[in-house]
Design a protein around this ligand. Structure first.
Ligand code: ZN
Length: 154
């Protein structure tokens, strides 16, 4: 990672931690799920309002470290208004980049690529993925994988 990439990463994480997007509750969520990451103490709950195959609205609540909160905040921005297939594809690419299976250079991640720096810190990867795990759980497709290291129920 170059120092410019590192600076962007730090800046984006702090900015979203300071002012998380789509934070709070929906009045009438159609889907929801919680996720916990006991290794760090992160907890997030994701609420969705699906309109057919589209994420009409999304909110999240919870408490966690800067990386967890920033990543969940960016996740909500990335998937709001998109269809479920797009959200699932983003989640797969994001996870593949963080785990080193995919090169961030070529990954279709949009703004999320600024979180690629997390791959330098293996212990924080779970923090960055927690919101996405909760999202996948909420829409009922987590590929059979557990929603987190310790699953929470609403
Ligand atoms: Zn964390």
């Amino acid at each position: 990672m170059t120092s410019a990439e590192n600076e962007l990463y730090q800046e984006v994480v702090l900015e979203h931690k300071r002012a998380p997007r789509n934070f709070g509750h929906l009045t009438a969520p159609t889907h929801r799920a919680q996720g916990t990451n006991p290794s760090c103490g992160d907890r997030v709950a994701v609420e969705l309002q699906l309109d057919g195959e589209r994420v009409a609205d999304i909110r999240f609540t919870g408490q966690g470290c800067a990386i967890c909160m920033a990543s969940t905040s960016m996740m909500t921005e990335a998937v709001k208004g998109r269809d479920l297939a797009t959200a699932q594809a983003l989640q797969q690419h994001f996870r593949a980049v963080l785990t080193g299976e995919e090169d961030p250079e070529g990954a279709p991640l949009g703004k999320l690529v600024s979180l690629a720096g997390v791959r330098q810190y293996p212990s924080r990867i779970k923090c960055a993925l927690l919101g996405w795990h909760a999202l996948m759980h909420a829409i009922g497709d987590n590929d059979g994988r557990p929603v987190s290291t310790e699953e929470g129920r609403p």
